[in-house]
Design a protein around this ligand. Structure first.
Ligand code: 2AM
Length: 178
C-alpha cells in the first residue's frame, strides 16, 4: 500500500525563511527543509493500481500557476491537544481552485470527495504530548510574512512514517500553466 497526498513545494527562498525561523522549545520536532510542503489534498492508503490511476488522472489537470505568500501561524489540535505548528499562507483563492481541480480529477478515478474544509498551511513542527509551553514560539511565528512566490508545478507524494518523522518522496510532478 502507498500513503499518498498531493502537494506544492514552497520554492527554496521560502523554505530558507521557514527554516531560519525554526528552533527552540522542548518536545517539538522541527521539520527539515526536505519535509516542507503545502498539502492540496490528502489521499491516504491506496494500492499500486490505484496509485497509477491517480498519477495519470492528475496529469489531466489544467490550472494556472499559483501565487501565495507566508502569513502568520497557528496550532492544529487534532486529538484534543495541539500537535502541529503550521505556517499560514495567503491568499487562498488560487490554491483552492487547484485543490478543487485535483478533487475533480481524483473523483473520476474513485477517490471519495473530501468533506473537510480546505485549510492551506505548511507544517513547520510536530509537537509531542510532552511539549513545553510554546507561547514565545507562537508569538515569533505569528508575525511571519513573506513576499509572494509563484509556483508552476505540483506533485504527487508518498509518505513513509518512521521514528525520525515522516519521509516524503515525490512520485510524479505536474506543470501548471495559464
Ligand atoms: P499536516 O501537515 O497538517 O499534518 C502528509 O502526511 C501530509 O498530509 C501532511 O501535510 C498532513 O497534514 C496531511 N495529512 C496527513 N493525514 C491527513 C488527514 N487524515 N487528513 C488531511 N490531511 C492529512
Amino acid at each position: 500500500m502507498h500513503r499518498l497526498f498531493v502537494a506544492l513545494r514552497p520554492p527554496p527562498p521560502m523554505r530558507v525563511q521557514l527554516v531560519g525561523l525554526m528552533g527552540g522549545g522542548s518536545g517539538l520536532r522541527w521539520q527539515g527543509d526536505e519535509q516542507l510542503h503545502l498539502t492540496l489534498r490528502f489521499i491516504g492508503e491506496v494500492d499500486h493500481h490505484q496509485a497509477e490511476d491517480i498519477a495519470a488522472a492528475l496529469g489531466s489537470i489544467h490550472a494556472p500557476p499559483v501565487t501565495f505568500a507566508l502569513r502568520g501561524a497557528g496550532l492544529l489540535d487534532r486529538r484534543g491537544v495541539p500537535d502541529t505548528l503550521w505556517a499560514g499562507v495567503t491568499p487562498h483563492d488560487g490554491l483552492r481552485l487547484l485543490a478543487e481541480r485535483i478533487g475533480q480529477a481524483l473523483r473520476r478515478v474513485g477517490v471519495p470527495i473530501e468533506s473537510r474544509a480546505f485549510l492551506p498551511h505548511i507544517t513547520v513542527a510536530r509537537l509531542s504530548r510532552h511539549a513545553g509551553p510554546i507561547d514565545d514560539i507562537l508569538a515569533r511565528w505569528s508575525s511571519l510574512a513573506s513576499s509572494p512566490v509563484t509556483v508552476a508545478h505540483f506533485g504527487l507524494y508518498e509518505s513513509s512514517l518512521g521514528g525520525e518523522g515522516a519521509r516524503y518522496e515525490a512520485i510524479a510532478r505536474y506543470p501548471l500553466a495559464s
